[in-house]
Design a protein around this ligand. Sequence first.
Ligand code: ZN
Length: 295
Amino acid sequence: MTPADPVDDFRAAVAQLAALADEVAAERSQEEVLEALTDLRVAVTRAYRGRRPRSEFGGARGRILRHLTKHLGEWVGSDEIAAVSGIGEWARRIRELRWEDGYEIEEGRGRYRLLAESPDHARQARFRTVTSIREMKGPVDERVLTLLRSLVGTAVTADELDRVARGKTGATVARQIRNRDLLPIETDADAPDLHAGEHRLVSMREADLLHPSQRLFPEDLRRQVFLRDKFTCRTCRRGHPGADAPADEVFYLEVCHLDAAPDAVVELSADRVGRLARLAASCNECMGASAPPWR
Ligand SMILES: [Zn+2]
């Protein structure tokens, strides 16, 4: 008996699948169709003697990418992605495509869609930066600070902070650093262009440190003051430039107390310090200038 020719098996499986077309159209006999599909796969594997295609994106990752590219801009369900990938760990492959390869893949309600055909190399480089900082030895606050410094002037996401914080909450560590070192680290409480969980170190210069009185105004209080004042300085009326800030201009908001100069706020009772009606938003320049609003 001669061994079966894999090409004959291939033809038979293709014919079997074609014969089932009406069943598929009627949404019947799914098991039979999948069985025929398995026969086809086996025949293909035999025909190529088990050799797998070697390419940059071979394997499950490549199959997912090709499928998403074919449906560029369209939502694809996770069931479909699982089927295309043929593996259980397809979600991990999506993460790799996103972060390691820089593909912009949106996720929502168990569905995914590829937004651009080519990967974003800046995104890829950024992922590598975050990964290398995550692997640094030393205390967690040093890693978080290194991340903020390496991306000074740009928004760092909650996800990136958490990755370098390795098991701690990155936002909590960033808040501690702000309080301890008085670095101008903004959150969505301070800047209208930041989303919840994002942080941005505005400047590393000694001259741009926060006034020590800012330790008295926690984030929720800052949020109330800046929202009410529409992120605008009470003295010079300049609004927070948000994402449109010129790269060389340092602008951030601080809380000033209308009843006391910044150096004297600490002498007020806690009750007076927190009185919203006596607080105002001030830009960093006016905070250090000679005609502040508390005069
Ligand atoms: Zn001002």
